[in-house]
Design a binder for this molecule. Structure first.
Ligand SMILES: [Zn+2]
Length: 469
């Protein structure tokens, strides 16, 4: 007994970069793509088979998007402490389970989680596989492996990197390899190395990264690295990592080495892109906005050369921060790849589907609409080749098919706002004698600076007081 699904008469973009099929159809049998083309019929049918037809005229039929950089346990963090300190792991897990459904709803049928708290990502992956949670197919890292000079060791040394953090400090090769053994034993698909935050220094030596790469590969896990600068990327290439994250400032020599290595690069433009373009709408200081705009400029130089050199670029968003909420902007990475790397719309779709499937370890199974592959398919109202941004509009993502199953969502429930973890601010300004009794000035307070609703009330009171005095 089989379930047949015939998606009829749409524009089929198969994800491989090939020419779209006009008036094309896709036939799905159970979880597999059985046929693709213009004249397709269902069958041969067995007596108990079921058949569903979807009319896709005027629509685009394309592979589900894959996001190579989606931190499921970050919880839309507004501040670093929220990621590392305040939210319990139990609550982070529940929030992650909630958030992956939003990711799937937005048309993302595959994600790779490159690092986060404990083994929450591994648990979410298993929960999805067992059908406990509605979410995309998934691979996951554990905590970032970092040194005292790399990403995740940002608090004063008197605090250190707490167990609840998204990172784990390993300052010697022994510690690095021990952590990899521990993470592999606990079921990670990949190891995430956290080199220096901005790429201006090298938190790891090349030999250390080579040792981690060997250890990870010996244990059948993949390994990737946060690498923003040329030196970081050079080390990642020398250590034969599976793919590289960021690559913001790259010399021509590094670009040549990267191209020769055939290692894919995941630029992850969304986080700086959203902060630079939309940050001021939520009170991000203009200095921060300008810093990200400058970062994007240097990235654009590098990425145009990277693309011309033939490096495979894959799509990842750094979803999981307040600037990059779950299910909101995954498809904006395609727009940014076009703008900052000079890709065509068809190339950007390939980067977010076919070429990205390797981060799921399923490059032969998903990522394109090809006969024999698993049916992860989107039906989109409109043509993303004319305007790539339609993929960002939830109203245009009409149907999400995961493993041959049409997904059903309760949009009203998914759109509910959830609370965030509050910062422990105590008071937004000094309350001085002068202020209280001599009409001293209150600072011009931007309500949006405050992360705590109580504080916002307090700030409102201060402003009201200022206006009436
Ligand atoms: Zn990230």
């Amino acid at each position: 007994m089989s379930s047949w699904l015939l998606i009829k008469g749409g524009t089929v973009i198969d994800g491989t970069g090939g020419k779209p099929i006009q008036n094309g159809s896709v036939l799905v049998k159970d979880d597999n793509i059985e046929n693709v083309g213009q004249e397709i019929s269902v069958g041969p049918l067995q007596p108990a088979d079921s058949v569903v037809e979807i009319d896709a005229r005027g629509k685009t039929v394309m592979p589900g998007l894959i996001d190579a950089h989606c931190h499921t346990s970050f919880g839309e963090a507004r501040m670093q402490e929220e990621q590392d300190l305040y939210t319990s792991h139990e609550l982070r897990t529940l929030r992650s389970a909630w958030n992956v459904t939003k990711v799937l709803r937005s048309g993302v049928t595959g994600i790779s989680d490159p690092g986060g708290s404990y083994f929450i990502g591994v648990g979410i992956r298993e929960g999805i596989r067992e059908g406990l949670i509605q979410g995309p197919r998934m691979t996951s890292a554990g905590r970032f492996i970092s040194t005292s000079n790399g990403i995740s060791d940002w608090y004063p040394s008197s605090v250190g990197v707490p167990d609840s953090s998204i990172g784990k400090v390993a300052n010697t090769v022994d510690e690095m390899v021990t952590e990899i053994r521990y993470q592999a034993k606990n079921g990670v698909d990949l190891i995430k190395i956290g080199d220096s935050i901005l790429g201006d220094t090298e938190a790891f030596s090349t030999d250390e990264i080579k040792a981690m790469s060997e250890a990870a590969h010996r244990l059948n896990t993949r390994i990737t690295m946060h690498a923003r600068g040329s030196n970081n990327v050079d080390s990642a290439i020398a250590a034969e990592l599976d793919w590289i994250m960021h690559g913001n400032t790259l010399t021509d020599d590094t670009i040549e080495r990267l191209a020769d290595s055939k290692i894919p690069l995941c630029p992850t433009l969304l986080l700086p892109g959203n902060l630079a373009e939309f940050g001021t709408e939520v009170g991000v200081p203009t200095s921060t906005r300008d810093a990200y705009a400058r970062l994007l400029e240097s990235t654009a130089d590098a990425l145009h050369k990277v693309r011309e050199a033939g490096v495979t670029l894959i799509s990842g968003t750094d979803t999981g921060f307040a600037a990059t909420p779950y299910g909101e902007w995954h498809a904006r990475e395609l727009e940014l790849l076009m703008r900052y790397a000079g890709m065509t719309a068809l190339e950007a779709i390939k980067a977010a589907t076919h070429d990205c499937a390797l981060v799921l370890g399923e490059e032969h199974n998903v990522g394109s609409i090809s006969i024999g592959k698993t049916a992860d398919i989107l039906i989109v109202d409109g043509n993303p080749l004319e305007d790539i941004r339609i993929l960002q509009d939830p109203a245009k993502i009409e149907t999400v098919i995961l493993g041959g199953v049409v997904q059903i969502f309760d949009d009203e429930v998914l759109q509910q706002k959830r609370p965030y973890e509050r910062a422990q601010h105590i008071c937004p300004q000094e309350i001085t004698y002068d202020l209280v009794y001599n009409g001293g000035e209150t600072e011009q307070i931007d309500l949006r600076e405050f992360d705590n609703e109580n504080q916002i009330d307090l700030a409102r009171e201060l402003i009201a007081k200022e206006q009436t005095s």
